[in-house]
Design a protein around this ligand. Structure first.
Ligand code: 5GP
Ligand code: ZN
Length: 116
């Protein structure tokens, strides 16, 4: 999808600081980090969101999760991290290409959400 920012990163048309890559997954630093470690992990194949993923996507989604601890450790969050997958309008998803945020660093990232 040529109008998708993350597909353009996969194609090498937009630069990104890559931290992991294999045949079906790419991980790169978030351009606007919320924590000292803030990595986005994406499938190279365009999947819009968890709301549109199909059962066929389950293996790559599982691999993305299974890679998270390795990426977090290598990037400076060896003592835990948080995974966030914003989905759709209610999830405040801004980029319509499924991505896992890995956030962490030396210190705890804080409470999960503001309470109502
Ligand atoms: P979302 O709100 O969709 O879950 O998160 C999108 C994330 O993508 C944001 O944290 C934003 O900073 C990041 N982002 C948006 N555009 C780019 C870009 O061109 N390059 C990189 N590396 N990150 C981006
Ligand atoms: Zn895409």
């Amino acid at each position: 999808m040529s109008d998708c920012i993350f597909c353009r990163i996969v194609e090498g048309k937009i630069p990104a600081k890559k931290v992991y890559e294999d045949d079906e997954i790419l991980a790169f630093n978030d351009i606007n980090p919320a924590r000292p470690v803030h990595v986005l992990v994406i499938p190279k194949k365009h999947i819009t969101s968890l709301a549109t993923a199909t059962p066929d996507d389950a293996p790559v989604l599982g691999r993305m999760l299974a890679l998270a601890n390795r990426i977090a450790t290598e990037q400076g969050s060896p003592d835990g991290f948080r995974i966030i997958i914003n989905t759709g309008r209610v999830g405040n998803q801004e980029v319509a290409h499924l991505h896992i945020h890995i956030v962490g660093g030396p210190d705890p990232v804080g409470p999960m959400l503001k309470r109502l």
